[in-house]
Design a protein around this ligand. Structure first.
Ligand code: PLP
Length: 632
């Protein structure tokens, strides 16, 4: 666990047990009632065939722990409750979950269910997100906020106004000044008194990757001039009482509480000014940005870590709002935050298999082979080889490397010219590898091929080089003998993971062969936010299978409460407008023609095998027999 820094980024949910397996404590520090869940047992249950008592799901698999989600929500609320009480703050905290972080139906429903006791609401940034938030909140608390962010057209605004009619506590947050005219028009047409908020463009700038849209020149929000125009227009329409919320978002992964407090103070000052101008202000919405510590370093490098926890975050916010409101003699507002990453990241773990590894193998070249090669060396390369040999005799390792490199370069050139054959070139490569190995600089990093698509399951690594904790979920009582990078199934050079937490360019990994016939399973942790929604279908790899797991009293200490296989080949083909049924008919027809021409060669079995391939997930079905193989 030290090697992979599990205690740093994983506590209190993830640890390693005496058997060397990753364990999960879904309730965190809160309860000791149940035994910890052994992640390997969950993976076996999910992936073993039905005949072996498993659920027969294909890899990759997302294991969700709804209790972790519940704990994160409760911890956030508790942190704010404490900060409110200890600072004598005269209002309360009431958060919303931005559904864009993970729109999965069960994640959203869980947030609403777990948060209804403390009025936790939802944030939407588009029409479909608003529709899902509206229907989900119907089952929650009527006081929960429904924050409508994002660019809006009249349909979006009508939906938000209808939501208000349906007694959902909906706030339309103006992202652009032009949206105000639509809100005024539509609310008159629909006969609904809207509650309006404004997203302020703050001067406070977050300099990390996620803050590139913050600051005065940021993409989103209204400037002070625009905010004043909004106040005037609402006043002219007799609707200034509708203006009740001030929102800002300075970016995800805010690195320090200093920067956070700076932003909150600036926004609180705008809030107080709006009160002075006559708006009926009630809520300050501090957006998202509550960061998580991906590498366990608790440092201010916002891209991988933040230097604060939930308690320090809540304390900084409450103190900043209180300070500014007290200075202006303004009633304390309800504090709302839109934390997404901090709520959902921990609750899901992506599990995938390493299926092979490219081992660094020193070619077995005897002195005879070397001699044989040297005899075949073309005239032009003799001087390089002589220099290489002399350097070796003198123990000049740098010289060895240099001349080996020169020899190789010259021979590759000759191969391209057609004056060297492929066996000779292979011998040159082998000789150079031998030299590198002999002086201890051979590349010791292996490539582990993993049954995964980086583009589908870890898009933030591909897009913004976001690192996540990745480690084997078992064999952690064995010292890993190798270091490796992970290469995925896509035919794309970007389909690899070669950056890891701690600034490492490779990961300590075990020999695949040493697992006593057991497969080698890796877990990617803290990826519950953004990854699922951002993932695409590059190479037509679809999403993973998903299981939901809760602690239970049974013999295994857990129960799978839901299991959904990942999209099949047909499903992903449909995403790109193909029609698998028609495709299958075309292929069947071709098989019939073939059978007709060649005689009976088991056409029905081949057709059955192809049908099965449409039905299977696009990933490797390692070890299990497929219909096609049987047919052929
Ligand atoms: N609110 C808004 C307006 C956002 O743009 C975002 C994401 O960037 C969030 C909330 C969620 O932020 P985070 O996941 O950092 O909490």
């Amino acid at each position: 666990s030290t090697l992979y820094k599990v205690d740093g980024w994983g506590a209190p949910y993830f640890a390693v047990n005496d058997n060397g397996n990753v364990t999960v404590k879904p309730h965190g520090d809160r309860t000791m009632v149940h035994q910890d869940i052994d992640l390997l047992k969950v993976v076996k249950k999910a992936s073993d065939s039905k005949a072996d008592g498993g659920l027969g799901l294909g890899f990759p698999i997302i294991v969700r722990f709804p209790d972790v989600l519940k704990d994160r929500l409760e911890c956030l609320q508790t942190a704010f409750n404490y900060a409110v009480k200890s600072n004598g703050f005269n209002s309360h905290y009431q958060g919303v979950y931005p559904v864009k972080c993970n729109q999965d139906r069960f994640v959203v429903e869980d947030v609403v269910k777990f948060g209804s006791g403390f009025r936790f609401g939802l944030e939407a940034g588009s029409k479909p997100e608003l529709l899902l938030a509206m229907s989900s909140l119907c089952k929650g608390s009527s006081e929960s906020l429904l924050i409508c962010n994002g660019f809006k057209d009249s349909e979006y605004i009508s939906l938000a106004l209808i939501a208000r009619k349906l007694k959902l506590n909906t706030v339309i947050v103006l992202e652009q000044e032009e949206e105000l005219d639509l809100v005024i028009d539509m609310s008159v047409k629909l006969g609904v008194r809207p509650v309006v908020g404004v997203r302020a463009k703050l001067r406070t700038k977050h300099s990390g990757h996620f803050g590139s849209t913050s600051g005065e020149k940021g993409k989103f929000g209204l400037t002070t001039t625009q905010i004043i125009r909004v106040v005037k227009k609402l006043d002219q329409c007799g609707m200034l009482d509708c203006f009740q919320l001030l929102h800002f978002h300075i970016g995800s992964q805010i690195p320090t509480t200093g920067l956070l407090a700076d932003g909150v103070r600036e926004a609180s000052q705008i809030y107080c000014e709006l009160v002075r101008l006559g708006a009926d202000m009630k809520v300050i919405d501090i957006g998202g940005g509550l960061g998580i510590d991906y590498d366990g370093s608790k440092s201010s490098n916002g891209d991988v870590s933040v230097e604060y926890g939930l308690e320090e975050y809540a304390m900084a916010v409450v103190q900043a709002v209180k300070f500014v409101c007290d200075r202006n003699n303004v009633k304390h507002p309800v504090i709302c935050s839109e934390s997404g990453r901090a709520i959902v990241s921990h609750h899901s773990v992506l599990i995938f298999e390493a299926v092979s590894s490219s081992k660094y193998t020193v070619p077995a070249m005897s002195a005879f082979d070397v001699q044989h090669f040297v005899e075949r060396l073309p005239e032009d390369a003799h001087s390089d080889y002589a220099n290489l040999s002399q350097s070796a005799v003198k123990g000049d390792y740098e010289g060895c490397l240099l001349y080996a490199e020169q020899l190789k370069e010259r021979c590759v050139g000759m191969f391209k010219d057609g004056s060297l054959d492929i066996e000779q070139l292979a011998s040159v490569d082998g000789l150079c590898d031998l030299v590198a190995k002999a002086i201890g600089v051979a590349n010791p990093v292996s490539t582990y091929h993993v049954n995964l698509s980086v583009f589908t399951s870890v898009p933030d690594f591909w897009g913004i080089q976001q690192v996540f904790p990745i480690l084997p979920i078992h064999r952690l009582d064995e010292c890993p003998a190798k270091r490796g990078i992970l290469s995925d199934l896509t035919c794309d050079s970007d389909g690899k993971i070669d950056k890891f937490i701690g600034g490492e360019s490779s990961l300590p990994l075990h020999e695949l062969e040493g697992a006593n016939g057991m497969k080698y399973y890796l877990g990617m942790f803290l990826g519950g936010a953004y990854e699922e929604a951002l993932g695409g279908v590059h190479n037509l790899f679809g999403g993973p299978s998903v299981v939901r797991v809760s602690q239970s009293d049974g013999p295994f200490g857990f129960a799978v409460t839901r299991a959904v296989p990942g999209p099949s080949c047909s499903d992903v083909l449909r995403v790109m407008q193909h029609e698998p049924e028609i495709m299958f008919e075309t292929l069947k027809h071709r098989i019939e023609e073939y059978v007709h021409d060649e005689g009976n060669i088991g056409g029905a079995m081949i057709a059955g095998g192809i049908a099965q391939s449409f039905h299977n997930m696009p990933y490797l079905t390692v070890g299990s027999s497929c219909g096609l193989t049987a047919a052929i």
